[in-house]
Design a binder for this molecule. Structure first.
Ligand code: UTP
Length: 420
């Protein structure tokens, strides 16, 4: 303990974080030990690089940027649709398919104080939690294909305990427990504009999840990949926790991707207008890229095809299909970090909790779609908003529980005989 204390002190001094030392000195034994362990675990060299990144001008490389178009199933012959569907269904029937839910986000815009999957929506037919809606989809597919699809759930530092407890309390909504694998994603400290660590209300150094792009490395480190391999999984659909129309068991996309000979696939919806806040798929120097709405200049974002659709119009809506090999490749690559500037409560040395009115801390996040850059090709299936995209992001207004609820109810009213 004393050794570790000295080691931690030395590290903090070396990296100009000495303001943390008095917090350690004043803390109770178990908090003291926890902070020391944090200091010994944090990669301060990496943190230094990330901090330096905050001074760099954001450079967006637009050279050789080319749009890519998705395949529209409405323009496909019936036989072709059937052909792809059967390929996808066979993978599922042969127990080679799993799903993963990215549920590590903080859901700050929604303002729900717990893990987002525990958020409940009141439908005309009764209430359902976001996790429950995913279970419904999986159960329907299991019944149809006579299998049990393994379900991997990524949580984070902030919400792991809550998620584990909630799912246990709800008995996994009737899903077989042996088929649910919960794993925690990586985390990184928050730092101030001066590059300083913060101490949170719990007396510990403030850390936050490292973005949904952390999923591959966490799958590797937390044993999810080896669990998939043990089960003979060959394809994994990775989706978000908050799109209540998400087709987790997307047999058509699966069949299309396999038939194309690709390792990754995605279902998109057409970008509504040049201003819509979504990233779009494109190609750059032979690699797949999602370009964020903030990065795409207005004149390029607004270019239209003859039919009026946006040229850069295939929105990435967190539908990610990966072969197991693609997951393995992504898990050993270091994805780039994106910087977010957020409000973060912190304790002063006098023990006063400060709730800042303005953003005060940098958070560093990896995005899942940056893994697309590893690949030369991707299969893109064009979905429809009213069938595929009902996100619960904001408390009210656009992409809120109200809009999602309406989309969900309409979809199920109009599609009584489908299973997803
Ligand atoms: P969002 O980017 O919409 O973030 O996540 P969020 O945390 O849900 O909401 P805000 O931005 O704080 O309001 C898209 C998906 O990625 C997951 C989310 O849980 C959601 O399913 N995610 C996000 C993670 O799993 N980990 C992260 O670190 C961030």
């Amino acid at each position: 303990m004393i050794d570790n204390y000295e080691k931690a002190k030395h590290i903090l001094e070396k990296y100009k974080q000495s303001h943390i030392i008095p917090f350690i000195d004043k803390a109770d034994v178990d908090i003291k030990e926890k902070i020391i362990n944090q200091v010994l675990r944090i990669d301060f060299e990496e943190l230094k690089d990330l901090y330096n990144m905050t001074f760099e001008d954001l450079f967006v490389d637009l050279e050789e940027l080319q749009p890519i178009a998705g395949v529209n199933p409405d323009n496909m012959e019936k036989e072709k649709l059937q052909f792809y569907t059967e390929i996808g269904e066979n993978v599922i029937k042969n127990n080679k398919f799993a799903v993963a839910t990215m549920a590590g986000g903080q859901g700050t815009r929604l303002g729900h104080p717990r893990a987002k999957g525990t958020y409940k929506i009141d439908f005309e037919t009764g209430s359902k939690y976001l996790f429950e809606i995913i279970v419904d989809t999986l159960k329907r597919a299991n019944k149809k294909y006579n299998v049990i699809i393994p379900w991997y759930i990524m949580t984070s530092n902030e919400n792991n305990a809550d998620t584990v407890e909630f799912l246990k309390e709800k008995n996994y909504f009737g899903y077989p427990k042996e088929y649910v694998y919960i794993f925690e994603q990586g985390k990184l400290p928050l730092i101030t504009e001066q590059g300083k660590l913060l101490i949170g209300e719990d007396g510990l150094i403030k850390e936050a999840s490292n973005g949904n792009g952390g999923i591959f490395n966490s799958m590797l480190k937390q044993g999810a990949i080896s669990d998939m391999e043990k089960r003979g999984i060959e394809w994994v659909f990775i989706g978000s926790v908050d799109n209540i129309l998400l087709k987790y068991v997307d047999v058509l996309l699966l069949g299309l991707t396999i038939n194309d000979g690709n390792e990754i696939g995605t279902r998109t919806v057409l970008k509504r207008n040049p201003e819509e806040k979504v990233g779009v798929l494109c190609k750059q120097n032979g690699k797949i890229r999602v370009i964020e709405y903030t990065e795409l200049p207005k004149d390029i974002a607004g270019i239209k095809k003859e039919n009026g659709e946006l040229v850069f119009g295939e929105s990435h809506i967190m539908c990610n299909l990966f072969s197991i090999n693609a997951i393995k490749r992504s898990s050993t690559k270091e994805l780039e970090y994106h910087i977010a500037f957020k409000k973060s409560d912190y304790l002063t040395e006098q023990g006063v909790l400060v709730k800042p009115e303005k953003e005060n801390a940098y958070k560093f996040e990896q995005f899942i779609f940056d893994s697309f850059k590893i690949f030369n090709n991707i299969s893109i299936l064009r979905g429809k908003r009213e069938e595929d995209f009902a996100p619960v992001k904001n408390k009210s207004g656009v992409d809120s529980p109200d809009t999602a609820k309406k989309l969900y109810e309409n979809y199920w009213k109009n599609n009584k005989n489908v299973i997803y």
